[in-house]
Ligand binder design. Structure first.
Ligand code: GRF
Length: 224
């Protein structure tokens, strides 16, 4: 069943753009009904305009509380007919009322291999920590920040000497692949949740035929 999607974003909007592109090339069975943004002038608004997708910018300063702001978001999303919410670089914490309005229907993308490096500076922290693998994760959104059940993760090697920005750029390339994939699985009603564990249905395929819920890039050198 085609997803009726609302995208919430605060910044450049490259993930939103990747979602628009996956929809228009027919890989992602979805219709983006609305883009909502909390930052006037954010790049995502330009991407939405170019793609012909309705977009609204709601300025937090004009609302008396986080609750009032999120209520306005809920109303705008419902008015658009969307029933799935994709957070794509949305830099505000959502209130419990928002989470309750779309139970099990809010996804987020995070630029680290969760549960490592939650929060806003995933790539920077990964480089500072000296990890050899970083990447990104798409997960269902729950109350705790970056804590919901994981749907798909991608891994990239951390290259010696690279800056956090260079790592972030390489992670972004994978974000643009795994986010539309996760949304497409949701559209196909193939995601099954048990506790924190998300699996793909049908689950009774032979193990060799189970599609991976991971993207590991690049592969090892030939011979290994
Ligand atoms: C991405 O790195 C995403 O993982 C994080 O915010 C960033 C948004 O980037 N949640 P963009 O605006 O989609 O380019």
């Amino acid at each position: 069943m085609s997803l009726k999607l609302a995208i919430l974003a605060s910044g450049n909007g490259s993930n939103a753009q990747a979602i628009f592109a996956a929809v228009s090339r027919g890989s992602l069975d979805a219709e983006v009904r609305l883009v909502l943004c909390n930052q006037p002038g954010a790049g995502v608004l330009d991407h939405a305009a170019l793609a012909g997708i309705p977009a609204q910018c709601l300025d937090g300063a004009e609302y008396s509380s986080r609750e009032a702001y999120d209520l306005a978001l809920i109303e705008a999303i419902r008015a658009s007919g969307a029933d799935v919410v994709a957070l794509a670089g949305y830099m505000r914490l959502l209130t419990p009322a928002f989470l309750e309005a779309f139970p099990g229907r809010i996804l987020n993308i995070h630029p680290a291999v969760l549960p490592s490096f939650k929060g806003v500076r995933g790539a920077e922290q990964a480089v500072a920590y000296g990890v050899k693998i970083s990447g990104c994760s798409v997960h269902f959104v729950s109350q705790g920040m970056d804590e919901g059940p994981l749907i798909i993760q991608a891994a990239v090697p951390v290259i010696q000497g690279e800056s956090a920005q260079e790592l972030q750029n390489r992670i972004h390339v994978l974000e643009h692949r795994i986010y539309p994939q996760a949304l497409h699985w949701l559209a196909q009603d193939r995601l099954s949740l048990s506790g924190r564990s998300v699996s793909l249905v049908p689950a009774d395929l032979p193990k060799a035929e189970q599609p991976p819920m991971t993207l590991i890039w690049p592969p090892l050198e030939q011979g290994f």
